[in-house]
Design a protein around this ligand. Structure first.
Ligand SMILES: *Cc1c(COP(=O)(O)O)cnc(C)c1O
Length: 432
């Protein structure tokens, strides 16, 4: 499989190069030259197929010859070694829980897969690689955990000061070793901007081998589509295709969901559920794509004003808004609605959502009100304990902490403070 740059000015590369480069030299995102089509038989047998075997079938064509089968099987088994349960919340709404990994958010899958692929590709490498990653909250912890102690890899995480939750900050600042956290005076977009600038800085790139662990990287982006195959495997109404609501920020997760659909997965409709950062909902309504500054909300991992992966979605639909509209909607949910949803879903159905899942639940509910004969599931992207304050405020209850979180709370946070200033960031990278 070859990957081409969406800016169209760089040459196509293999999975390995796309992973190591992260972004093409012309600054474009990499995109697969073809979307593999899965056999009917694969879907007919899916209920009796193990998650590892499903993952292998789906991912194999994307990797090409860059990783031998035996090695890929090991990487996939390690990536997907926790459960992805689809739970019934009420008659028409299910929850796909993606928070059973080590840092309690869905980003563990992409981070684990990418770190293992990089570890394999860099096995005999002599020049150390620096992974730069901007985080709105959950990426940092997942990437820190995925890359912790991987030989030959230094990780630098940029996170916005005061805009990530306590548990999120602990997860990305307490590991040490090859993981360094930078606390930036700014928002997520500022962090992402600095990272993007570093990649095209010739002086810096002459000194360091830089790559990114954001969802722009194909190795983080592609394995996320497996969630939707695992959900279909468990979907109890096989004669009705589900409506799928995905809480969306940088649009990596939903873009991967759309890949699964192009590979043949049965889906009725996709909803990209957003918070007040509504660039995509506005685009769907008015046809004008206008990036904005991110605003802070209760679902902080989705506070993105210029979602990087939306361009991949447009590529899938050949830049046609009418075509996109046939299968995809985007709905914006306010903080007030988010809180009310958390409260209502807990009181009525005894199910506790995190704020991101609540945004997706609320958007799905709105959609189903207009399409009453449909059913669907929302994606519960993080464990509610990652957002203790928000959960407590919305529902009045304090969820019990898993033991790994209790241990985390006894650790000391270590980070370097950084102005929202590219030159300061560059100096730091040049000197470290
Ligand atoms: C990152 C994140 C999202 C948004 O995912 P994207 O792929 O960036 O759209 C949603 N929920 C949680 C909990 C996240 O950590």
């Amino acid at each position: 499989m070859l990957y081409h740059s969406l800016n169209g000015k760089s040459k196509s590369v293999s999975f390995k190069e796309a992973t190591l480069n992260s972004i093409a030299p012309d600054n474009g995102l990499y995109f697969p030259e073809e979307i593999p089509l899965l056999q009917k038989q694969f879907f007919e047998n899916i209920e009796n197929t193990s998650n590892e075997a499903i993952a292998f079938e789906v991912m194999r064509p994307y990797i090409g010859n860059d990783i031998p089968d035996k090695e890929l099987e090991i990487i996939l088994a390690e990536t997907f070694d926790f459960p992805f349960p689809l739970k019934r919340v009420q008659d028409s709404i299910y929850s796909l829980e993606l928070f059973h990994g080590p840092t309690l958010a869905f980003k563990d899958v992409g981070a684990r897969f990418m770190s293992r692929c990089m570890g394999y590709f860099l096995k005999n490498n002599t020049k150390p690689v620096t992974v730069l990653v901007a985080t709105s909250g959950d990426t940092g912890g997942a990437v820190a955990h995925g890359f912790y102690d991987v030989k030959g890899v230094e990780v630098v995480i940029l996170y916005p000061k005061g805009k990530v939750s306590e548990v999120q900050e602990l997860q990305l600042t307490t590991l040490g070793k090859n993981i360094t956290a930078l606390q930036v005076e700014g928002n997520f977009d500022d962090c992402q901007q600095m990272v993007k600038k570093a990649f095209v800085d010739a002086e810096l790139n002459a000194k360091k081998y830089l790559t990114s662990a954001n969802s722009i990287n194909v190795a983080r982006w592609l394995p996320q589509q497996l969630y939707y195959f695992f959900a279909w495997k468990q979907w109890p109404h096989k004669n009705e295709t589900p409506v799928i609501s995905v809480p969306s920020g940088n649009f990596g997760n939903i873009a991967s969901a759309l890949l699964s659909y192009y590979s043949g997965l049965p889906v009725k409709h996709f909803i990209a559920a957003c918070n007040a950062n509504e660039v995509v909902p506005q685009f769907m309504e008015h046809g004008i794509y206008e990036p904005k500054n991110a605003v802070s909300t209760l679902s902080n991992a989705m506070d993105v004003g210029n979602p990087s992966n939306f361009i991949r979605i447009m590529q899938l639909f050949e830049q046609s808004l009418p075509r996109l509209k046939t299968i995809f909607s985007s709905i914006s949910i306010s903080d007030d609605q988010t809180q009310k949803t958390m409260q209502k879903v807990l009181e009525t159905f005894g199910y506790l959502t995190d704020p991101h899942g609540a945004v997706a639940y609320s958007a799905l509910e709105q959609y189903l009100q207009m399409h009453p004969s449909s059913r669907g599931y929302f994606v519960e992207t993080a464990h509610p304990v990652k957002f203790l304050d928000v959960v407590k405020q919305a529902t009045g209850i304090e969820p019990t902490l898993p033991t790994n979180i209790i241990g985390l709370m006894q650790k000391e946070k270590k980070y370097i403070q950084m102005e929202n200033d590219y030159d300061a960031f560059k100096t730091f990278l040049m000197e470290n």
